[in-house]
Design a protein around this ligand. Structure first.
Ligand SMILES: N[C@@H](CCC(=O)N[C@@H](CS)C(=O)NCC(=O)O)C(=O)O
Length: 232
């Protein structure tokens, strides 16, 4: 019987079956990367709902797994050396699950490098820029009169969309075959609609990106992953 008692998070969100992967998440663009990946590769797992409220993400139990107080995070009871391991940061989780399952990370060193490159593009560029755009365009920052933060993130988001549009001109998926890079990028593109920012970004002028997002959202594992864990 696997023992997860060394992880304080398992006291607040107990495992029903401690022998399978434990996911602590909420269905946001970063959260669903982990659930979509788990659905795609078919590893058995349990999902625990950790909301973005301080009582959850800033609880001592959650901070014990991710001191950076952000979902998603996972515990693999069967880590690389056979011992349990906790992992946070969605990009690190995607790479880990890709290595563990041998799926969606490419086969050759060249493929792996290209996929990692586009994963990092999302982690360091698309995600943070669209996240800030959401804050300054839709959420609390929308009330700020100074136009510079809003203009800055609108400009960056437009620039990044143009990069994607160009890369997708001659391929279905961002790094060739469907991969963890697409699982990182797709949920953030979907978020543009949620932010009400399609018009300001000229979304309709990006036919390759639009078709790419449609392809991504048509995947059954993506559709399942987008709803895990359930919001209520
Ligand atoms: N770089 C992190 C970002 C994760 C992140 O921003 N998570 C948000 C939800 S999408 C969160 O947990 N926010 C709660 C908070 O900041 O208190 C990752 O990719 O895992």
């Amino acid at each position: 019987m696997t023992d997860l008692s060394q992880f304080p998070i398992s006291r607040r969100w107990p495992a029903n079956d401690p022998s399978v992967l434990q996911l602590y998440s909420f269905p946001t663009p970063n959260g669903v990367k982990a659930s979509i990946m788990l659905e795609e590769v078919g590893l058995p797992y349990e999902a625990h709902k950790v909301t973005l409220s301080d009582v959850d993400v800033k609880s001592p139990e959650f901070l014990s797994l991710n001191p950076n107080n952000k979902i998603p995070a996972i515990i693999d009871p069967n880590g690389p050396d056979g011992a349990p391991i906790g992992i946070f940061e969605s990009g690190a989780i995607l790479l880990y699950l890709g290595e563990k399952s041998g799926q969606l990370i490419g086969t050759t060193a060249r493929e792996k490098t290209e996929i990692t490159q586009w994963l990092m593009f999302q982690m360091g560029g698309l995600g943070p820029m669209l996240g800030q755009l959401g804050f300054f365009y839709k959420f609390a920052g929308a009330e700020i009169e100074d136009p510079r933060p809003r203009d800055r993130y609108i400009g960056e988001a437009k620039r990044l969309l143009a990069v994607l549009e160009g890369q997708l001109a001659d391929r279905d998926w961002i790094a060739g075959e469907y991969s963890i890079a697409d699982i990182a990028i797709g949920p953030w593109l979907r978020g543009i609609d949620f932010y009400g920012a399609q018009d300001v970004l000229g979304w309709d002028n990006h036919p390759n990106v639009i078709a790419y997002l449609d392809r991504f959202l048509a995947r059954p594992a993506v559709q399942r992953g987008l709803t895990i864990p359930a919001r209520d």
